[in-house]
Write a protein that binds this ligand. Structure first.
Ligand SMILES: C[S@@+](CC[C@H](N)C(=O)[O-])C[C@H]1O[C@@H](n2cnc3c(N)ncnc32)[C@H](O)[C@@H]1O
Length: 389
């Protein structure tokens, strides 16, 4: 038995698949993937198998590295995992990208979009809420100690409040100024809820939503945080400015800063689900020319649910919607996939989305004292969605 727990014969076949994938030998790959036995193991190579070395590539990484599109699509059809990262954190698509194999990149990208879209659809159909961020380490798992003599339980991010909206809303928030005088809001686990590095994104989002709106227009912001986007909305003098915010500490911060006394501002204390999924409460909210969505400790499914009710709250085809697009924003490839998936989901409910690019300035000390950075990319894709006419 090899370390993987597989028989030597099976490992051998898996290694042969990797070599064939690296050479671009489609026929050999086909032959290796075919069942050839009738024992416990059917004799076919395991398409998911990753090499047990420092890099940890699977057959898809090898095929992508060589630019072998036909092998890439064969492996994907046989269930190769499109979003598996190697030991350095790279997906096969990223390997293809760095080698300029754009066809291979597109093949894996389109497959990823279809899979994510489908997974989301199945989850919605089955009513099962689940995380679909493929990179998320959300479950506790067991690891061997360094000397291999004992097992240790490593808590997953599930134990952090950011993994559950309910837990987050019941926990305390910390609001404070950093060394450069900028405001920060951290949750109880020192994960960042909001900070001023997002100023550029918020400014551009407010501009995209508010510029050219009629006098006295109405805007809804879901999730106050530090109120950065709200401050930018105010510059456009909305007639009605509604803020939905459930967290007691965020509400307290908002009131300390006088938001409850600003003209035209209405604060709805509670979750967006509370106000927007209930027919009667929804009526008290009204409808808007612009809507922005940026919550915390919620998943893509929550955003997708928001999309479903969105048309009920927009004034008409000239109204605009945007959301903070931080989906999988620590990996360019997965970020691209979510960009496309959210666009497809918005299209499904009758919205066209345009994307503009913002290059936020992220100071090197931004993540000091923060448990995990949620943003590592250069370009932010800013969505603006409108109803199709
Ligand atoms: C990232 S911050 C928003 C930052 C804001 N865009 C800004 O410019 O400062 C997220 C906010 O969403 C709020 N939130 C979390 N869950 C929510 C929910 N279910 N409904 C509405 N707001 C929620 C959090 O309490 C937090 O204040």
């Amino acid at each position: 038995m090899a370390e993987s727990g597989l028989s030597a014969e099976r490992v051998q076949r898996n290694l042969m698949l990797m070599r064939a994938a690296a050479r671009g030998d489609v026929d050999e790959c086909k032959a290796l993937l075919k069942p050839s036995g009738d024992g416990e193991w059917d004799g076919s190579a395991d398409v998911w198998y990753a090499e047990d070395d420092d890099v940890g590539w699977d057959a898809l990484h090898y095929a992508a590295d060589g630019g072998h599109v036909r092998v890439v699509s064969l492996l994907l059809r046989h269930g190769a995992l499109w979003n598996t990262v190697d030991n350095l954190g790279y997906t096969a698509a990223e390997v293809a990208w760095t080698r300029n194999h754009s066809k291979c990149y597109s093949e894996i990208f389109e497959h990823g979009v279809r899979q994510t879209f489908l997974a989301d659809l199945l989850l919605r159909k089955s009513g099962v809420a689940n995380r679909i961020d493929p990179q998320e380490e959300d479950t506790a798992h067991i690891e061997e100690s360094e000397n291999g003599t004992e097992v240790i339980i490593v808590p997953g991010t599930n134990n952090e409040v950011q993994a559950s909206n309910q837990a987050f809303l019941a926990s305390r928030l910390k609001f404070f100024r950093d060394e450069r005088g900028g405001w920060r809001c951290l949750d109880q686990d020192d994960n960042m809820v909001m900070a001023e590095w997002e100023n550029d994104i918020m400014r551009h989002s407010a501009a995209a939503l508010c510029e050219g709106q009629p006098e006295g227009f109405s805007v809804l912001n879901v999730g106050f945080g530090l109120g950065i986007v709200d401050e930018f909305f105010q510059k456009y003098k909305p007639g009605r400015h509604v803020i939905i915010e459930p967290h007691p500490d965020a509400i307290a911060f908002m009131k300390q800063n006088g938001w409850d006394k600003r003209e035209g501002v209405e604060i709805f204390e509670g979750t967006w689900e509370h106000f927007m999924l209930d027919y009667e409460r929804a009526a008290t909210l009204g409808s808007f020319d612009a809507i922005y969505f940026d919550t915390y400790s919620q998943e893509y499914e929550d955003l997708r649910k928001f999309f479903d009710v969105l048309p009920n709250f927009l004034n008409g085809p000239d109204s605009r919607f945007s959301f903070f697009h931080g989906l999988a924003a620590t990996n360019q490839f997965l970020y691209d996939v979510y960009t496309r998936v959210s666009e497809l989901d918005l299209r499904e409910i009758g919205f066209d989305t345009t994307w503009s690019i913002v290059y936020p300035e992220v100071h090197p000390d931004t993540w000091n004292g923060v448990k995990r950075s949620y943003w590592t990319l250069d370009a932010y894709y800013l969505p603006i969605a409108r109803m199709q006419i």
